[in-house]
Write a protein that binds this ligand. Structure first.
Ligand code: PA5
Length: 477
């Protein structure tokens, strides 16, 4: 394997390894390859026709320029960067930070190259209130990056309105533009209007790129650049993966193979996709994956308008932590899951385990070994145990976790999602079910006027919601 090139290992889904009742036989492999191969050309053509603009993000030098120019303005006077956003506007930022900066980044100045980073993707008053108490006397050295394509997402709007009020009160209204960066649609939307009105520095969520496919745009790159992540290498990794996932030969295309395996098992009643990283730094990439997989593939209708109710359920489990929580179920419970481990060969830091206490010579087998050896042995042990129970397993191998490999991983899973969506025959890029929840929140928060999507007033909509959700004490025990 080339240095730093990630690789998808899939032998352990085959019938040779786990038997034909649960594994893929050579005939089935041929079938799924034949089914998926035409999709490679189809996706390549769609991409050329500009239908999947996320595919071109790693090549957009203007985005990098804009992000770096703006980030450099805050180089000397920003100690805290606070990202306000939700879903695709937040998960990529969290994932990049956990993957590419040290565990103690926020706590230890020696371990960080940029400001402390906080990402708020919720409206829990206790959490947010406690943060506001802490940050209120540090506002002169704080930048808020509010990220929302639409600008009308209640959570982000509420956070934004709260911090605007606090900034205006403490630093004065004229200072808003020195402490807020807006990342939003280039032309339209509520946040665009506000950014123009307040003359806020701004970055773009590119046209035609949905939130969950936007991490390699300014949405993810600004926070990363501010916090010292090598965004050039991140995008180089994505570009190099682009070559691999565009390969018209099925056998050489990791995204096509990955999606074909997942789709095949879905149709054999293995509709849960567990991603299990054996590396803490990769754990939040699994949350990012959960969103792109669930929101893109969970659909009621197919492209022909037929009701299909499809979608594999993504699950995150952290190795080794969840060995002591989930693996009993994974081995002896229903054989309804496909496992993808994430494994790292070389950790940036390693730890030597201490000597065994004299009174416990039975712990000598661990003494003075590296912790990475223990972690990777536990991965192999868990995989072996699952294979004995005939559970299909894949592994994404990382030589090391760096911006280049993380860029490859993100792009691999974005394109895998496009392949899976095509195999399921659904629209990968919309999220109508999420939109309904957003509208329902507007109604319950007493927004006046009409809900156009439902053709009724928000008042009436709120009444309908209350009938369904108000507590009936007859059923409360
Ligand atoms: O992937 C998506 O499209 C969603 O998760 C959105 O990112 C999320 O709902 C936030 O939307 P917005 O950026 O408009 O605030």
């Amino acid at each position: 394997m080339d240095k730093s090139k990630i690789g998808l290992y899939y032998k352990n889904v085959m019938s040779d390894v786990i038997g034909s009742e649960h594994g893929i036989t050579p005939n089935q492999w041929e079938e799924l390859a034949n089914q998926t191969s035409p999709i490679i050309s189809m996706l390549n053509q769609e991409r050329k026709a500009g239908k999947t603009p996320y595919r071109d993000l790693p090549f957009k030098t203007q985005i990098i320029q804009d992000v770096e120019d703006l980030a450099s303005k805050y180089e000397d006077n920003c100690e805290n960067l606070v990202i306000l956003g939700i879903g695709g506007s937040a998960l990529g930022n969290i994932a990049l930070q956990t993957a590419l900066n040290s565990y103690m980044y926020n706590f230890d100045e020696a371990q960080r190259e940029g400001p402390r980073l906080f990402v708020f993707d919720n409206v829990d008053p206790q959490q947010f209130g406690s943060f506001l108490d802490w940050i209120s006397d540090k506002l002169d050295k704080t930048v808020f990056n509010v990220i929302s394509k639409s600008g009308r997402t209640s959570e982000t709007a509420a956070q934004f309105m709260t911090i605007c009020d606090m900034l205006s009160e403490i630093l004065g209204p004229d200072n808003l533009r020195n402490h807020i960066v807006a990342t939003t649609d280039a032309k339209s939307g509520t946040l665009r209007t506000i950014a123009d009105e307040l003359k806020l520095p701004h970055l773009e969520v590119p046209d035609g790129v949905g939130g969950r496919f936007s991490v390699l745009s300014a949405v993810g790159l600004f926070g990363a650049a501010m916090c010292g992540v090598d965004i050039d290498s991140l995008l180089e990794g994505a570009r190099d993966m682009d070559v691999r996932v565009s390969n018209e030969k099925f056998a050489q295309n990791p995204a096509a193979i990955n999606a074909a395996i997942q789709h095949h098992f879905y149709n054999r009643n293995k509709n849960i996709s567990v991603m299990m990283p054996y590396c803490y730094a990769l754990k939040d990439l699994c949350d990012w994956y959960r969103q792109i997989w669930a929101e893109s593939l969970g659909k009621e209708f197919n492209l022909k308008g037929e009701k299909v109710y499809v979608g594999p359920t993504p699950v995150k489990a952290l190795g080794t932590t969840d060995q002591h929580s989930q693996v009993q179920l994974y081995r002896e419970g229903p054989n309804d899951k496909v496992f993808t481990f994430l494994q790292v060969n070389n950790f940036e830091k390693d730890v030597e385990i201490g000597p065994a206490p004299n009174c416990a010579p039975e712990l000598g087998f661990l003494a003075e070994k590296s912790m990475s050896m223990l972690l990777n042995s536990e991965k192999a042990a868990t995989e072996y145990a699952l294979l004995l129970s005939q559970r299909p397993c894949m592994t994404v191998h990382f030589d090391k976790v760096d911006a280049y490999s993380v860029g490859q991983f993100i792009y691999l899973y974005e394109v895998t999602t496009s392949f899976a969506g095509a195999l399921f025959g659904i629209n990968t890029y919309d999220q109508p079910a999420v939109e309904l929840g957003k509208e329902a929140t507007f109604a319950l928060m007493e927004k006046g006027g009409d809900c156009k999507a439902l053709g009724m007033s928000y008042d009436k909509f709120a009444q309908e919601i209350k009938v369904k959700t108000e507590i009936d004490n007859n059923f409360l025990v």
